[in-house]
Design a protein around this ligand. Structure first.
Ligand SMILES: NC(=O)c1ccc[n+]([C@@H]2O[C@H](COP(=O)([O-])OP(=O)(O)OC[C@H]3O[C@@H](n4cnc5c(N)ncnc54)[C@H](O)[C@@H]3O)[C@@H](O)[C@H]2O)c1
Length: 255
């Protein structure tokens, strides 16, 4: 995995909000944006993980802002994004990252569990963007990076609602890009492949399943959260200033 983050000078001083920033890929992104000298805030439902991350980053002199928020609650999303924008003194970059890839039995899904999956995996992407807009407009532009997944390309039968949400994020990215391009707000999307996080290890991944995916990949190593840092910083920075409505796959060449 990359040992250090690339440096994009234009990110210094930028106000960045990461959803689901307390653990996994989001935590790596929070740390990476701090390392760019950005003003960083994050939202998460897991306050204990957030406090642990803040304590770790404090050792390096960084103090990201945190607000506890259940992103399934659309009104709470609007409130928390607005509050974070006010706390950071603006919002230049929004990273919509939070999700929950629960496995779903096609025979057991109900309208309620379907809606719950869209609420945790899709709906807040839109409402966080909507709430960030006034700040981006005031700044004369901004960048939104949405996290989708290659999972919806793999015909995985045990994640129908999650896969639907992740495909929806690509469509949402393109629609927002079309609407917001004239306002100098870029919207792009990242599709990670198998990323070995603590949650993935605890819940789904085994030595065998990791080996199978590595075999499928062109790159013969398992990817880690740090592998998403470079692509996300790139899409957030003016280095990708001519790019919008795009999806970047970061999967070691599995698809
Ligand atoms: N890890 C992978 O292999 C992988 C693969 C493809 C796509 N992705 C995508 O990358 C993104 C990050 O994934 P990850 O593996 O780091 O996930 P993770 O589960 O490790 O972390 C997700 C974070 O979101 C938070 N969260 C979950 N539900 C929430 C809620 N209701 N309100 C607020 N916060 C909530 C969690 O507490 C956690 O901190 C997700 O969008 C995921 O779909 C991950």
């Amino acid at each position: 995995m990359p040992k250090s983050s690339p440096f994009y000078g234009d990110l210094a001083g930028k106000a960045v909000l990461v959803t689901g920033g307390a653990s996994g890929i989001g935590a790596s992104l929070v740390g990476a944006f701090c390392g760019q000298g950005a003003r960083v805030g994050f939202l998460d439902i897991d306050a204990a993980a957030a406090e642990a991350l803040i304590a770790t980053l404090a050792k390096g002199g960084h103090t990201p802002a945190f607000l506890a928020c259940d992103l399934r609650d659309a009104a709470a999303v609007t409130e928390a994004v607005t509050a974070m924008g006010e706390r950071l003194g603006g919002l230049d970059i929004l990273v919509n990252n939070a999700a929950r890839d629960d496995r779903q039995d096609i025979d057991a899904l109900t309208p309620e569990s379907w809606d719950e999956s869209q609420a945790v995996n899709l709906r807040h992407f839109f409402f966080a963007a909507q709430a960030a807009l006034p700040f981006m407009r005031a700044a004369g532009g901004g960048a939104i990076v949405n996290f989708s997944s290659i999972a919806y390309l793999l015909n995985m039968g045990d994640i129908p609602a999650y896969a639907t949400a992740k495909a929806g994020i690509v469509g949402l990215t393109r629609s927002l890009a079309g609407r917001l391009g004239p306002e100098n707000i870029r919207v792009n999307c990242i599709l990670p492949g198998m990323i070995v996080t603590e949650r993935q290890k605890q819940l789904w991944l085994t030595e065998q399943s990791i080996a199978r995916m590595v075999e499928r990949q062109c790159l013969k190593r398992a990817l880690a959260p740090q592998d998403l840092v470079g692509p996300c910083l790139f899409l957030a920075s003016s280095a990708s200033g001519g790019m919008t409505a795009q999806s970047i796959i970061v999967d070691g060449g599995a698809t």
